[in-house]
Each structure stands twice: as C-alpha cells, then as structure tokens.
Design a protein around this ligand. Structure first.
Ligand code: DSN
Length: 415
C-alpha cells in the first residue's frame, strides 16, 4: 500500500487495523474466508478501469478485446469446475444472482417454495423485508421439529399441495447434507423449476466433499467468496436452454457494467479450486467442523441437529443448559468476541425470539482451515468456546482464554 500510504493515510490506517484484527482473532463466521494473495492481486488490478456492458463479442463499448478474454476464461473455468452447461460470471453478489433467476422465469405474484431465513434460508428466499418476499408469493418448508433435519417426504407433500413454479434448496444456516437430486425430482413431479443456492457450500462441492446439484438442477447460484475462497461476487449456472434468458436478466435486466477486475479474480479462484490442494482443503474444513462439533457437545453445548456434515455449526443456546434462555445469541457472540473468537448470533429453527435477538450462534471452520489448523487445534478451540459459553460473564476465565487464543493466532498467521 505504498501509494495510498502517501495519499490517504486515514484509509491505510483502517485497512492496517483490519488486517491486524483478522490476524489476531479466530474468525469463525461460517460465510467468510480469507482469499489468496493471487485472488487479492487480481481483484485489485487495473481491470477495474474498464466498462464492458454486454457479454463477450456483444459489447456496447470499444476496447474490450482483452476484457472478453478474461471473461471467457472465467466462464470456461467455471464450467469445467462445476460441470455446468452455461455460466454467467457477472452477478455482483449472491442477492442479485438470486433475483436475476426469479426475474428471468417467475412472474410477479407467482409462487416459489423455499426455506425461510428464520429456518436457515437466505433473505432472498422470500423474506418479507426483501424484494423477493414483496414480489413473489413465497411458501415455505421447514426442518423437522424433532430431528432438525429436512424431511424430504414433507417437502414433497408441501410442493404437491402448494404447486410452486420454482423450488429453492441451499441455505445459510443448515449444517447437514442437502439432497439436491430429490429436490430436483420433486420440482419435476409438480411442474416446477429447480434452483439450488449453493453459496455456503460451493467450495465443499467442487472439492468433492458434498454432493453437487449439477448438472441436473435447472439453476444454480453461488457467491464466490465463501468456502470457494474467491472474491466477493457471484455466478449463475444453468442448462444451455435457459442461458439466453438468464444472461438477459443479469444484463440489461438487473446490472450495468460488469466488474471485470472481480471476474478476473473469480477466474483465479476457479483455477485454485481445481487443484488437489483445494480438494484436501474442502475435506479438512468438514473434518475440522466435525471435531469441533464433537468437542462442543461433549461439554454440554447443544447443537442444532446434534452435529454437522459441512463447514458450519449452529448452537442452540436455549437447549444449552448453562444458558437456557431465548434471545441470548448477541450476548454470547459478544462474550466470544471479547476472547478473540468472531462468530454471529443466528436464529435457530422455530426460534421463539426475533432475528435481531436470536437464540443461536453460527460458527464455521473455513477460515481456521485456510490458516492451516487441523483437528487438534479444533479440539482445543472447542474447549475454549465451550468454556466461554458456559462462563460468558466471568472476566478472569475469559482473560485466560483470550491469552491462549492470541497465542494460537500467532502460531497460524494469515499467509
Ligand atoms: N450473509 C451471508 C451469510 O452470512 O450467510 C449470506 O449471504
């Protein structure tokens, strides 16, 4: 940052402090990751300078020959990585990617079946405060009340009863394997399109650690910055027969000039994700989450669905005896942050409290795995998390935990 250092020390000071924060805390927000230096360089490149509205070979500006090359490279790599027939690499993030799919195929007030935010879905899966919930008639399926796992017979029953035009799978707070194949079959049975939002688990899927919704699902959206370890952005994948409608929906339907510096960084991330090292990484994320889950449960922490199959863990603070109350997510997340563990308060299925004062904590292992941590570190971190949750307001205990977390961070610096 030699140049900003001279022109804008105020911004540099904030970026430097944020780098220190990332280095000196255990960031366990399940949807975050730390990108490679290569991804960072591409996303900070001069490709930010160029306007290129349109698509390769069909642009509205001159001087786009090299931009076409980078976008075509990103598309080629994404197709190979995900086994997709068609890929649009232009969506600026996950929310516009999802809205672009609806905008292409679903009419105003048409019915969509998905899982609500409160149950583990996403804002754009029909939340009443989101455009999706305002424009479309969303109906929902839930996890099973006892097992807290999806019951596909129940999903089928609701789909048959409500006759949606689109069925969405893929979530932001669901710790179990998703049966994408059955979701697609149910959609076909009721004459609906199928859509999978794989934002959280895209890296696990391409690493061969979670079943893929491709090539059979009609539309697959994903952000590129979560387990996939790419830049902040998204892509839409679909069958060739839907390609033209999807492309038109993204541009000119929803977005203007594509962010070609980010598209370059997506291309870099896709190449990284094709390597054997990334496959090992994806499997290690899950091995780490499972070890962490076991350690927490052994210490009295209640997990939604009693464990995890993926990168994330959802703690139920109501059923965790030492807490035992609703709406405690924020207070516990604050205590965890005080010792250097960064998580987020999250609703749990059938949460009696509100999304602003939820009763759960969501945590994930992608960043710790990026930093090189393995099962033995997860065991120790699990003990420290459980101790904090069980003694959230004990300053002496928390001070000791904080010292140990700081040592761990030094041992596993960001590369
Ligand atoms: N906000 C993201 C998450 O944390 O899961 C989803 O977009």
């Amino acid at each position: 940052m030699q140049n900003i250092g001279k022109t804008d020390p105020e911004v540099v000071a904030i970026i430097t402090s944020e780098l220190n924060r990332e280095n000196n805390n255990l960031d366990m927000i399940a949807s975050e990751n730390y990108v490679s230096k290569s991804v960072l360089e591409a996303s900070g490149s001069i490709l930010t300078n160029k306007y290129a509205e349109g698509y390769p070979k069909k642009r509205y500006y001159q001087g786009v020959g090299l931009i076409d090359k980078i976008e075509l490279l990103a598309i080629k790599r994404a197709k190979a990585l995900f086994n997709a027939e068609h890929v649009n690499v232009q969506p600026n993030s996950g929310s516009p990617a999802n809205i672009a799919v609806y905008n292409a195929f679903i009419g105003a007030n048409d019915r969509i079946l998905g899982m609500s935010l409160n149950q583990g879905g996403h804002l754009t899966h029909g939340s009443p405060v989101n455009l999706s919930g305002k424009l479309y008639d969303f109906v929902e399926y839930c996890v099973d009340k006892d097992t807290e796992v999806l019951n596909m017979d129940e999903v089928r029953r609701i789909a048959q009863k409500t006759k949606p035009k689109l069925i969405i799978s893929g979530y932001t707070a669901y710790p179990r394997i998703i049966n994408f194949k059955e979701f697609h079959e149910i959609a076909k049975e009721v004459g609906a399109y199928s859509m999978a939002d794989i934002s959280h688990i895209a890296g696990l899927i391409v690493g061969g650690a979670h079943p893929s919704p491709l090539p059979f699902t009609d539309f697959v959206t994903t952000t590129t910055h979560k387990t996939l370890r790419g830049p902040r952005g998204a892509i839409i994948m679909c069958k060739e027969k839907f390609a033209s409608a999807i492309d038109k929906s993204v541009f000119p339907g929803l977005q203007g000039g594509p962010h070609e510096h980010i598209i370059a960084a997506k291309a870099v991330a896709f190449k990284e994700a094709m390597q054997q090292e990334f496959k090992d990484y994806a499997h290690q994320i899950i091995a780490n989450a499972k070890t962490l889950a076991e350690t927490l449960m052994e210490r009295g922490i209640k997990l939604v669905s009693n464990g995890t199959d993926n990168h994330l863990i959802l703690i139920d603070l109501i059923k965790t005896q030492s807490v035992g109350r609703t709406g405690m997510g924020k207070q516990i997340a604050t205590s965890l942050e005080e010792v250097g563990i960064v998580t987020n308060a999250n609703t749990i299925p059938f949460d009696p409290s509100t999304p602003f004062k939820p009763s759960g904590i969501r945590l994930g292992t992608p960043i710790l795995t990026t930093r090189g941590m393995k099962e033995s570190e997860m065991k120790e971190i699990g003990v420290l998390i459980a101790k904090t949750i069980n003694n959230p307001f004990d300053k002496i205990i928390k001070e000791k935990i904080k010292v140990r977390i700081a040592e761990l961070c030094k041992q596993f610096p960001i590369n």
